[in-house]
Design a protein around this ligand. Structure first.
Ligand code: URA
Length: 248
């Protein structure tokens, strides 16, 4: 692929815009050798205006989403994309969020330009567990854990009960919950169904991947072994769910 075509796919401009950048001799190697459109190049040794390229195609990133940021490009700012290189929404394929977190929720948000992987991770059929830490307006009740684990809890306005989830009490008004679905505002609505109210909500794990000590507002590229682990976990939970459905 020509250099300008590659740059355009990474969101550095339209085809014409990327050609111009190359023609203006703004694209170089680390050693400062000017690259031409037909030059051979290696992603890690391409610099635009002296800055390394954004991550290559097929990247998965982890963002620590702060409260107040929205995941949709169509929504009112601030957007999670404001925390990322401005080229991300312009990439082809686009760097898209893997599912969403609501504006008032913070924590681990994945983005990728790998559409098939995005679909696998975000699909309700993958049943990948997601862990959230929350603080609550009211003290937890003794039977809350049993009620979310029962597989009978109903959300307001829905007709099918929730799959069993695991509640881990961490304080009088604090808990972690692991859910295996991704219904709209699920955790907040689950706690409302229990007669409580979520004050703060943070996603601390997505499948095997932990938020860890990634600072709020910061992002990092996942290592290939982390992506492999995520993919394997999603395929495993998907297969388990399929087998369980068949056995019923
Ligand atoms: N549950 C919620 O209520 N909100 C989120 O953002 C994610 C899960």
């Amino acid at each position: 692929m020509t250099l300008s075509r590659y740059l355009a796919a990474l969101g550095y401009g339209t085809r014409k815009g990327a050609e111009t950048i190359v023609r203006q001799r703004r694209v170089t190697t680390a050693a400062g050798v000017v690259l031409r459109d037909t030059s051979a190049y290696r992603h890690d040794d391409v610099f635009v205006d002296g800055a390394p390229l954004d991550p290559p195609p097929g990247t998965v990133i982890a963002l620590h989403k702060p409260v107040g940021y929205v995941c949709s490009l169509e929504d009112r700012p601030p957007l999670v994309y404001d925390l990322l290189p401005p080229r991300f929404p312009q990439r082809t394929p686009v760097m898209a969020t893997v599912g969403r977190l609501d504006a008032d929720t913070s924590g681990l948000l994945l983005l990728t330009d790998d559409g098939a992987l995005n679909h696998l991770l975000a699909s309700p059929k993958s049943h990948l567990p997601k862990r959230y830490a929350m603080t609550l307006a009211e003290p937890l009740r003794d039977d809350d854990g049993a009620r979310v684990a029962a597989g009978t809890l109903m959300l307001h306005g829905e007709t099918t009960p929730l799959a069993p989830a695991e509640l881990h009490v961490t304080g009088e008004c604090a808990a972690e919950i692991v859910i295996h679905e991704g219904r709209y505002h699920q955790v907040r609505r689950m706690m409302a169904a229990l007669g409580n109210h979520v004050r703060t909500l943070q996603r601390v794990a997505f499948g095997p991947l932990l938020l860890g000590d990634l600072p709020e507002g910061a992002w990092r590229v996942l290592a290939s072994h982390e992506v492999d682990t995520l993919r394997a976990a999603a395929l495993a939970t998907k297969a388990q769910a399929k087998a369980a459905a068949k056995a019923r």
